[in-house]
Design a protein around this ligand. Sequence first.
Ligand code: ARG
Length: 301
Amino acid sequence: MSANLYRVLGDLKGFSLRNCPPMSEPSGVLMCPPEYFQVLSAKNPYMARHIGDVNRDKAQKQWDDLVAAFAAAGCNVSVIAATPGLEDMVFAANSSLTGTRPDGEKVALISSMRHASRRRETEAFEVWYEAHGYRVARLKSGGHEAFEGSGDAVWHPGKRLIWGGHGFRTDPAMFEQVAEIFKTPVIQLKLVNERFYHLDTCFCPLTPEAVLIYPSAFDAASLELILKIFPVVVTVSEADAVSRMACNATVWRSKTALIQKGSDAAAGHMRAMGLDVVEVDTSEFVKSGGSVYCLKQSLFG
Ligand code: ARG
Protein backbone atom coordinates (compact mmCIF):
# COMPACT_ATOMS: atom_id res chain seq x y z
CA MET A 1 0.00 0.00 0.00
CA SER A 2 1.24 3.45 -0.85
CA ALA A 3 2.29 5.44 2.23
CA ASN A 4 -0.15 8.29 1.64
CA LEU A 5 -3.41 6.32 1.48
CA TYR A 6 -5.40 5.74 4.67
CA ARG A 7 -8.27 3.26 4.83
CA VAL A 8 -8.69 2.22 8.49
CA LEU A 9 -7.89 3.75 11.86
CA GLY A 10 -4.67 1.73 12.22
CA ASP A 11 -3.27 3.36 9.06
CA LEU A 12 -3.44 6.76 10.80
CA LYS A 13 -0.76 5.82 13.35
CA GLY A 14 1.70 8.69 13.25
CA PHE A 15 -0.59 10.80 11.07
CA SER A 16 -1.55 14.23 12.33
CA LEU A 17 -3.56 16.95 10.66
CA ARG A 18 -1.11 19.42 12.17
CA ASN A 19 1.64 17.91 10.04
CA CYS A 20 -0.32 18.38 6.80
CA PRO A 21 1.10 21.44 5.03
CA PRO A 22 -1.24 24.36 4.38
CA MET A 23 -3.22 24.30 1.14
CA SER A 24 -4.22 27.44 -0.72
CA GLU A 25 -7.92 28.30 -0.46
CA PRO A 26 -9.90 28.31 -3.73
CA SER A 27 -9.86 31.62 -5.60
CA GLY A 28 -13.37 31.21 -7.01
CA VAL A 29 -15.77 28.72 -8.58
CA LEU A 30 -16.63 27.51 -12.07
CA MET A 31 -20.30 26.94 -12.90
CA CYS A 32 -22.22 25.68 -15.94
CA PRO A 33 -25.72 27.03 -16.71
CA PRO A 34 -28.66 24.58 -16.71
CA GLU A 35 -29.52 25.25 -20.36
CA TYR A 36 -29.86 21.54 -21.19
CA PHE A 37 -30.53 20.28 -17.64
CA GLN A 38 -33.10 17.49 -17.37
CA VAL A 39 -33.66 14.21 -15.52
CA LEU A 40 -33.60 11.55 -18.24
CA SER A 41 -32.63 8.32 -16.49
CA ALA A 42 -32.32 7.17 -12.87
CA LYS A 43 -28.59 7.26 -12.18
CA ASN A 44 -29.33 7.70 -8.46
CA PRO A 45 -32.41 7.21 -6.23
CA TYR A 46 -33.34 10.91 -6.33
CA MET A 47 -33.81 10.80 -10.08
CA ALA A 48 -36.13 7.78 -10.10
CA ARG A 49 -39.21 9.83 -9.15
CA HIS A 50 -38.43 12.78 -11.42
CA ILE A 51 -37.87 11.57 -14.96
CA GLY A 52 -38.81 14.43 -17.32
CA ASP A 53 -39.93 16.49 -14.35
CA VAL A 54 -37.51 19.45 -14.35
CA ASN A 55 -38.96 22.94 -14.68
CA ARG A 56 -36.14 24.51 -16.67
CA ASP A 57 -37.19 28.14 -16.15
CA LYS A 58 -37.30 27.53 -12.42
CA ALA A 59 -33.92 25.76 -12.59
CA GLN A 60 -32.42 28.73 -14.46
CA LYS A 61 -33.78 31.16 -11.86
CA GLN A 62 -32.42 29.04 -8.98
CA TRP A 63 -29.04 28.80 -10.72
CA ASP A 64 -28.92 32.60 -11.30
CA ASP A 65 -29.73 33.13 -7.62
CA LEU A 66 -26.96 30.70 -6.62
CA VAL A 67 -24.45 32.60 -8.79
CA ALA A 68 -25.57 35.81 -7.05
CA ALA A 69 -25.22 34.18 -3.60
CA PHE A 70 -21.64 33.08 -4.35
CA ALA A 71 -20.80 36.56 -5.61
CA ALA A 72 -22.35 38.18 -2.53
CA ALA A 73 -20.17 35.92 -0.35
CA GLY A 74 -17.12 37.41 -2.09
CA CYS A 75 -16.51 34.39 -4.31
CA ASN A 76 -15.56 35.01 -7.93
CA VAL A 77 -17.81 33.02 -10.33
CA SER A 78 -16.57 31.90 -13.78
CA VAL A 79 -18.99 30.33 -16.23
CA ILE A 80 -18.38 27.55 -18.76
CA ALA A 81 -20.80 27.21 -21.70
CA ALA A 82 -23.14 24.21 -21.52
CA THR A 83 -22.75 21.55 -24.22
CA PRO A 84 -26.03 20.66 -25.99
CA GLY A 85 -27.36 17.23 -25.06
CA LEU A 86 -25.44 16.94 -21.75
CA GLU A 87 -28.24 17.07 -19.20
CA ASP A 88 -26.01 16.65 -16.12
CA MET A 89 -23.19 19.02 -17.09
CA VAL A 90 -24.67 21.62 -14.72
CA PHE A 91 -23.11 19.52 -11.91
CA ALA A 92 -19.69 21.03 -12.56
CA ALA A 93 -18.05 19.30 -9.59
CA ASN A 94 -18.10 15.86 -11.11
CA SER A 95 -16.12 15.96 -14.33
CA SER A 96 -12.83 16.88 -12.66
CA LEU A 97 -10.95 17.40 -9.42
CA THR A 98 -9.09 20.70 -9.24
CA GLY A 99 -6.35 21.69 -6.82
CA THR A 100 -2.74 22.70 -6.54
CA ARG A 101 0.43 20.69 -6.13
CA PRO A 102 2.84 21.56 -3.29
CA ASP A 103 4.85 23.73 -5.70
CA GLY A 104 1.69 25.79 -6.41
CA GLU A 105 1.02 24.41 -9.90
CA LYS A 106 -2.74 24.37 -10.67
CA VAL A 107 -3.98 20.95 -11.75
CA ALA A 108 -7.32 19.72 -13.13
CA LEU A 109 -7.57 15.95 -12.94
CA ILE A 110 -10.13 14.83 -15.52
CA SER A 111 -12.74 12.35 -14.27
CA SER A 112 -13.67 8.98 -15.67
CA MET A 113 -17.45 9.06 -15.35
CA ARG A 114 -19.36 5.94 -14.29
CA HIS A 115 -22.33 6.52 -16.65
CA ALA A 116 -21.92 6.73 -20.43
CA SER A 117 -24.38 9.65 -20.59
CA ARG A 118 -21.95 11.84 -18.61
CA ARG A 119 -18.65 10.91 -20.29
CA ARG A 120 -18.63 13.70 -22.87
CA GLU A 121 -18.90 16.40 -20.19
CA THR A 122 -15.15 16.27 -19.62
CA GLU A 123 -14.32 17.54 -23.15
CA ALA A 124 -15.44 21.15 -22.65
CA PHE A 125 -13.91 21.28 -19.17
CA GLU A 126 -10.52 20.14 -20.50
CA VAL A 127 -10.56 22.96 -23.05
CA TRP A 128 -11.56 25.46 -20.35
CA TYR A 129 -8.79 24.37 -17.96
CA GLU A 130 -6.13 24.45 -20.68
CA ALA A 131 -7.17 28.00 -21.58
CA HIS A 132 -6.97 29.05 -17.92
CA GLY A 133 -3.48 27.92 -16.97
CA TYR A 134 -4.19 24.49 -15.46
CA ARG A 135 -2.09 21.43 -16.07
CA VAL A 136 -4.66 18.91 -17.28
CA ALA A 137 -3.98 15.47 -15.78
CA ARG A 138 -5.57 12.23 -16.91
CA LEU A 139 -6.06 8.95 -15.06
CA LYS A 140 -4.50 5.72 -16.19
CA SER A 141 -7.35 3.27 -16.23
CA GLY A 142 -8.09 -0.13 -17.67
CA GLY A 143 -11.18 1.53 -19.10
CA HIS A 144 -13.53 0.20 -16.43
CA GLU A 145 -12.61 2.07 -13.28
CA ALA A 146 -14.45 5.29 -12.52
CA PHE A 147 -13.54 8.46 -10.65
CA GLU A 148 -16.15 11.22 -10.32
CA GLY A 149 -13.98 14.20 -9.42
CA SER A 150 -14.97 16.57 -6.63
CA GLY A 151 -18.16 14.57 -6.09
CA ASP A 152 -16.05 11.89 -4.42
CA ALA A 153 -12.83 13.77 -3.61
CA VAL A 154 -13.12 16.62 -1.11
CA TRP A 155 -10.22 18.80 0.03
CA HIS A 156 -9.80 19.33 3.77
CA PRO A 157 -10.19 23.11 4.29
CA GLY A 158 -6.80 24.82 4.25
CA LYS A 159 -4.78 21.58 4.42
CA ARG A 160 -2.98 19.34 1.94
CA LEU A 161 -5.33 16.42 2.59
CA ILE A 162 -8.06 14.88 0.40
CA TRP A 163 -11.05 12.87 1.62
CA GLY A 164 -11.97 10.20 -0.95
CA GLY A 165 -15.38 8.49 -1.12
CA HIS A 166 -16.01 5.22 -2.94
CA GLY A 167 -18.62 2.51 -3.16
CA PHE A 168 -21.05 3.68 -5.83
CA ARG A 169 -19.45 5.98 -8.42
CA THR A 170 -15.70 5.97 -7.77
CA ASP A 171 -13.46 2.90 -7.59
CA PRO A 172 -11.14 3.01 -4.55
CA ALA A 173 -8.14 2.01 -6.67
CA MET A 174 -8.28 5.43 -8.34
CA PHE A 175 -7.22 7.23 -5.16
CA GLU A 176 -3.66 5.98 -5.53
CA GLN A 177 -3.40 8.07 -8.69
CA VAL A 178 -5.19 11.02 -7.07
CA ALA A 179 -2.65 11.00 -4.20
CA GLU A 180 0.24 10.79 -6.67
CA ILE A 181 -1.01 13.51 -9.04
CA PHE A 182 -1.69 16.06 -6.27
CA LYS A 183 1.20 14.82 -4.06
CA THR A 184 -1.33 14.75 -1.23
CA PRO A 185 -2.50 12.06 1.23
CA VAL A 186 -5.99 10.62 0.74
CA ILE A 187 -8.18 9.30 3.56
CA GLN A 188 -10.65 6.86 2.00
CA LEU A 189 -14.26 6.60 3.15
CA LYS A 190 -16.59 3.78 2.11
CA LEU A 191 -20.16 4.74 1.23
CA VAL A 192 -22.75 2.06 2.00
CA ASN A 193 -26.15 3.68 1.36
CA GLU A 194 -27.08 4.33 -2.27
CA ARG A 195 -29.02 7.49 -1.35
CA PHE A 196 -25.58 8.89 -0.54
CA TYR A 197 -23.84 7.83 -3.71
CA HIS A 198 -21.22 10.60 -3.77
CA LEU A 199 -19.13 11.68 -0.78
CA ASP A 200 -20.46 15.22 -1.19
CA THR A 201 -24.00 14.01 -0.38
CA CYS A 202 -23.08 13.04 3.21
CA PHE A 203 -19.81 14.86 4.11
CA CYS A 204 -19.29 18.62 4.21
CA PRO A 205 -16.22 20.09 5.92
CA LEU A 206 -17.23 23.40 7.52
CA THR A 207 -13.87 24.59 8.88
CA PRO A 208 -10.49 22.86 9.36
CA GLU A 209 -11.88 21.48 12.65
CA ALA A 210 -15.55 20.78 11.93
CA VAL A 211 -17.47 18.58 9.50
CA LEU A 212 -21.16 17.99 8.80
CA ILE A 213 -22.01 14.33 8.07
CA TYR A 214 -24.88 11.90 7.69
CA PRO A 215 -23.41 8.98 9.71
CA SER A 216 -25.28 5.98 8.32
CA ALA A 217 -23.99 6.75 4.83
CA PHE A 218 -20.60 5.34 5.95
CA ASP A 219 -19.28 2.00 7.13
CA ALA A 220 -17.95 1.79 10.71
CA ALA A 221 -14.27 1.99 9.74
CA SER A 222 -14.88 5.20 7.81
CA LEU A 223 -16.73 6.82 10.73
CA GLU A 224 -13.73 6.06 12.92
CA LEU A 225 -11.48 7.91 10.48
CA ILE A 226 -13.75 10.98 10.43
CA LEU A 227 -14.00 11.04 14.25
CA LYS A 228 -10.25 10.71 14.59
CA ILE A 229 -9.41 13.72 12.41
CA PHE A 230 -12.24 16.22 13.06
CA PRO A 231 -12.59 17.43 16.68
CA VAL A 232 -16.13 18.60 15.86
CA VAL A 233 -18.52 16.30 13.98
CA VAL A 234 -22.04 17.61 13.42
CA THR A 235 -24.63 15.08 12.28
CA VAL A 236 -27.65 15.98 10.18
CA SER A 237 -31.13 14.48 10.44
CA GLU A 238 -32.37 12.05 7.81
CA ALA A 239 -34.92 14.62 6.62
CA ASP A 240 -32.28 17.32 6.08
CA ALA A 241 -29.85 14.85 4.52
CA VAL A 242 -32.31 13.23 2.11
CA SER A 243 -35.04 15.74 1.31
CA ARG A 244 -32.83 18.81 1.35
CA MET A 245 -29.37 17.37 0.64
CA ALA A 246 -28.06 19.47 3.56
CA CYS A 247 -24.58 17.90 3.37
CA ASN A 248 -24.25 19.11 -0.23
CA ALA A 249 -23.74 22.59 1.22
CA THR A 250 -20.51 24.46 0.70
CA VAL A 251 -18.56 26.84 2.90
CA TRP A 252 -16.65 29.68 1.29
CA ARG A 253 -13.33 30.35 3.08
CA SER A 254 -14.55 28.84 6.40
CA LYS A 255 -16.86 31.86 6.69
CA THR A 256 -20.03 31.79 4.58
CA ALA A 257 -22.11 28.61 4.29
CA LEU A 258 -24.47 28.20 1.33
CA ILE A 259 -27.07 25.51 2.01
CA GLN A 260 -30.42 24.31 0.65
CA LYS A 261 -33.19 26.32 2.28
CA GLY A 262 -35.26 24.58 4.92
CA SER A 263 -32.28 22.67 6.39
CA ASP A 264 -33.03 24.39 9.66
CA ALA A 265 -31.21 22.13 12.12
CA ALA A 266 -28.04 22.00 10.02
CA ALA A 267 -28.16 25.76 9.43
CA GLY A 268 -28.64 26.29 13.19
CA HIS A 269 -25.50 24.26 13.96
CA MET A 270 -23.56 26.28 11.40
CA ARG A 271 -24.71 29.58 12.90
CA ALA A 272 -23.84 28.38 16.40
CA MET A 273 -20.35 27.74 15.06
CA GLY A 274 -20.08 31.37 13.94
CA LEU A 275 -20.63 30.81 10.23
CA ASP A 276 -22.73 33.18 8.15
CA VAL A 277 -25.47 31.03 6.65
CA VAL A 278 -27.13 31.80 3.33
CA GLU A 279 -30.10 29.60 2.46
CA VAL A 280 -30.61 29.08 -1.27
CA ASP A 281 -33.26 27.12 -3.16
CA THR A 282 -31.86 24.35 -5.36
CA SER A 283 -35.02 22.18 -5.37
CA GLU A 284 -34.98 21.58 -9.15
CA PHE A 285 -31.44 20.20 -8.86
CA VAL A 286 -32.24 18.05 -5.83
CA LYS A 287 -34.59 16.16 -8.19
CA SER A 288 -31.42 15.01 -9.95
CA GLY A 289 -29.46 14.29 -6.75
CA GLY A 290 -27.43 17.49 -6.48
CA SER A 291 -27.40 20.81 -4.64
CA VAL A 292 -25.04 23.70 -3.88
CA TYR A 293 -21.69 21.90 -3.58
CA CYS A 294 -21.86 19.94 -6.81
CA LEU A 295 -23.23 22.82 -8.92
CA LYS A 296 -19.73 24.34 -8.87
CA GLN A 297 -16.10 23.40 -9.24
CA SER A 298 -13.44 25.12 -7.13
CA LEU A 299 -10.87 27.23 -8.93
CA PHE A 300 -7.35 27.99 -7.72
CA GLY A 301 -4.69 30.64 -8.27
N1 ARG B 1 -27.73 13.42 -11.82
C1 ARG B 1 -26.36 13.52 -11.46
C2 ARG B 1 -25.75 12.14 -11.36
O1 ARG B 1 -26.41 11.24 -10.91
C3 ARG B 1 -26.22 14.28 -10.19
C4 ARG B 1 -24.84 14.51 -9.75
C5 ARG B 1 -24.77 15.34 -8.52
N2 ARG B 1 -23.44 15.48 -8.12
C6 ARG B 1 -22.95 15.29 -6.90
N3 ARG B 1 -21.67 15.39 -6.74
N4 ARG B 1 -23.68 14.92 -5.89
O2 ARG B 1 -24.63 11.91 -11.75
